[in-house]
Design a protein around this ligand. Sequence first.
Ligand code: SF4
Ligand code: SF4
Length: 147
Amino acid sequence: MPFLITDGCILCDACVRACPNHGIRRGEAIYVIDRDSCTECVGFFNKPQCARVCPMDCCVLDPRLDLTEEALFERAMALHAGSDTQPTLTAETSHFRKAAGRRRAAAGPAAPQPEGVVPPSLPTTRRSVSWVGEIVRQWLGGRSQES
Ligand code: SF4
Ligand code: SF4
């Protein structure tokens, strides 16, 4: 969800300088965020910089638009095409990846597999068939020796 600025804005200018996409400008009464320029900072920071620096907590997510990391990153790539500073996707530059890393850490290490347990080489039904075949072979072998 891209960000928007609410009425509490005091025109301090901090968010303008913090936005990696230069997507914030002064509106008629308060500052405004260009929705097409907001990438939730994906590509550059794992925290929305406008919200981080705003002293009034008036940079908030716009619930009307939900974009994936892929879509936001593509937007960042387009916005910075030809620029010396290119966006990247890491846990340091995407809040999606940072959150995924946290979830993995909270889940803990994967459960270890017990050692020395060798799975049966054949499913039970195939082993049964194999046993029956062996008995028949032995029986036939006995009969051929008798005759
Ligand atoms: S979330 Fe990031 S990209 Fe979006 S307006 Fe704020 S500083 Fe700019
Ligand atoms: S940082 Fe907050 S108060 Fe300052 S201009 Fe931006 S939105 Fe307004």
